[in-house]
Design a binder for this molecule. Structure first.
Ligand SMILES: *Cc1c(COP(=O)(O)O)cnc(C)c1O
Length: 416
C-alpha cells in the first residue's frame, strides 16, 4: 500500500476477495479452532506461529486457535498497520487490553514510566493503582508536555528511581484535549536514558484523533496505541484496541496477548473492518461540528473555558504543534461551566440531543462530567493539578446536524 492515502487504505486494504470465494466483503470466521490437514501440517502450523509468521502468508501453514490468531484479526491488523504507517499491528479486545498487555510486557518491577498528564482513567489506574504499589514501578508525570525543560526534569526524576522502560504520551489528552509534543518527548527521553541497556519504548495513545488525523510513528513514537472502541468503531457498539509499530516490537506483544487472552474476537474484528471504511468521513464531519460547537460555547457567558485545540494561537507553541503534528483538532474536548458541579448537573439533565454517557467517538454526541465519572477514581489533588475541575464537562461531538446540537446546548445552558 506504499503511497496510498488513508482514505483508500481504510476501504479495502487487508482483504483479498480472491482468497475468500470472491466475496466482495470479508466473511466473518466464527470458529474457535482450526482443523489441520494432517499431523505434519499441525506441526508446521505451530512452527510458523513460534517463528512469528502470519498464518495466511505464503510461507506459513495456517491458523491454530482463535486466541492465537484468526482470519478477521489478520485482516484488521493489516488494515490498521497500513493506516498507522507501520510494519505490524496487534489488535486487542479493548483499548485497555492493549494498554495493559503493552505496559505489563514492557515494564519490569523497579522500572520507571514517564507520562503525560492527565491520562485516560484506566491507564492512570493501571500505572498508579496496580503497577506502582504491586510492582514498585514509578510513574512520573511531565508537568508541561510542550516544554523541553519540563520534560527533561521529569525524565531525570524517573531515572532517579530506576530504568526508564516506557514513555506514555497521550495526545490530545483525555479529557482536556491538551497537546503533547511527541518528537520532543521522544528525543529528550531517549537522550536521558542513553546509557540504558534496554532503551525506553515510546508509546502514543492516539485515541482522541485516530489514524486519519495523527500519525504518531512519523513523529518519533515506537508504538501507536488506539482504542478502536472510539473513532474506528464509531457507532458505540463494540470494544477494541490496537498497537502498531515495528514487527520487532509488535510480535512480542502478539505472543503476550496469547498468554493473557487479550485478543479481539472475530465478530468485533469484522465490525471494525466495516466501520473503518467510513472513519475518515465521520471524523471529518464530527470535527466540523465540533468547531461550530466550540465557538458557540466560547462565546457563551456561562462558559468560563473551552479546551478545543483549534483555539490555540497559531503563533503559540500549541498552535505550531497542532499544525506540525495533527491534521485537525478533533471532535472531542472539554469546557468549564461557571458554577461548578451543581451547574454542570443542571446542564446535563436538561440536554435532549446530547446523550449523557462516558466514551467518545460515536456518530452520536456524548457528554459527561469527568470529575464524577471517567476521572472519579483519580484523587482530587491530582485531578486539579491536571486542570480537571468540578465545573469541567467533556463533550464528544457527533455527526448530527450542527444546528440541533447548538440549540440543545443553548436551551440546557439557560438552566445551568
Ligand atoms: C477509551 C480510551 C482508552 C481505553 O479504551 P477502551 O476501549 O475503553 O478499553 C484509552 N485511552 C483513551 C484516550 C481513551 O479515550
Amino acid at each position: 500500500m506504499a503511497g496510498r492515502r488513508v482514505e483508500t487504505i481504510a476501504v479495502g486494504h487487508g482483504y483479498d476477495p480472491a482468497r475468500h470465494n470472491g466475496a466482495a466483503k470479508p466473511p466473518v470466521y466464527m470458529s474457535s479452532t482450526f482443523v489441520y490437514r494432517d499431523a505434519a501440517h499441525a506441526r508446521s502450523a505451530h512452527e510458523g506461529y513460534a517463528a512469528g509468521r502470519a498464518p495466511d502468508s505464503g510461507d506459513a501453514e495456517g491458523y491454530i486457535y482463535a486466541r492465537l490468531d484468526h482470519p478477521n484479526l489478520q485482516m484488521l491488523q493489516a488494515r490498521m498497520a497500513a493506516l498507522d504507517g507501520a510494519e505490524a499491528c496487534a489488535a486487542f479486545g479493548s483499548g485497555m487490553a492493549a494498554v495493559a498487555t503493552a505496559l505489563l510486557s514492557l515494564v519490569r518491577p523497579g522500572d520507571s514510566v514517564l507520562h503525560t498528564s492527565p491520562l485516560y482513567g484506566g491507564t492512570d489506574g493501571l500505572l498508579t493503582g496496580v503497577m506502582a504499589p504491586e510492582l514498585g514501578v514509578r510513574p512520573v508525570a511531565i508537568a508541561d508536555a510542550l516544554d523541553e525543560g519540563s520534560v527533561r526534569e521529569a525524565a531525570a526524576g524517573a531515572l532517579a528511581h530506576g530504568p526508564l522502560a516506557a514513555v506514555w504520551i497521550e495526545t490530545p489528552s483525555n479529557p482536556l484535549a491538551g497537546l503533547a509534543d511527541i518528537a520532543l518527548i521522544a528525543r529528550v527521553a531517549r537522550e536521558a536514558a542513553a546509557g540504558q541497556a534496554r532503551p525506553p519504548v515510546v508509546i502514543v495513545d492516539n485515541t482522541f484523533l485516530g489514524p486519519t488525523l495523527q500519525a504518531p510513528l512519523r513523529h518519533g513514537a515506537d508504538l501507536c496505541m488506539t482504542s478502536l472502541t472510539k473513532y474506528a468503531g464509531g457507532h458505540s457498539d463494540l470494544l477494541g484496541g490496537a498497537i502498531s509499530g515495528a514487527t520487532a516490537l509488535v510480535e512480542p506483544l502478539r505472543k503476550r496477548r496469547t498468554l493473557m487472552g487479550t485478543h479481539l474476537d472475530p465478530h468485533g474484528s469484522w465490525l471494525l473492518l466495516r466501520s473503518i471504511e467510513t472513519m475518515g468521513l465521520r471524523v471529518e464531519r464530527a470535527g466540523q461540528n465540533a468547531a461550530t460547537v466550540a465557538r458557540f460555547l466560547a462565546a457563551h457567558p456561562k462558559v468560563s473555558r473551552v479546551t478545543w485545540a483549534g483555539f490555540a494561537d497559531p503563533a503559540s507553541p500549541a498552535g505550531a504543534l497542532l499544525r506540525r503534528q495533527c491534521d485537525g483538532a478533533g471532535p472531542t474536548f472539554a469546557f468549564d461551566v461557571a458554577g461548578g458541579e451543581a451547574s454542570c448537573f443542571r446542564l446535563l439533565d436538561a440536554l435532549r440531543v446530547f446523550r449523557l454517557a462516558v466514551s467518545l467517538g460515536g456518530t452520536e454526541s456524548l457528554i459527561c462530567h469527568p470529575a464524577t465519572t471517567t476521572h472519579f477514581s483519580v484523587p482530587p489533588e491530582r485531578r486539579a493539578a491536571a486542570g480537571v475541575t468540578d465545573g469541567t464537562i467533556r463533550i464528544s461531538v457527533g455527526i448530527e446536524h450542527e444546528a440541533d446540537l447548538i440549540e440543545d446546548l443553548a436551551q440546557a445552558l439557560e438552566k445551568a
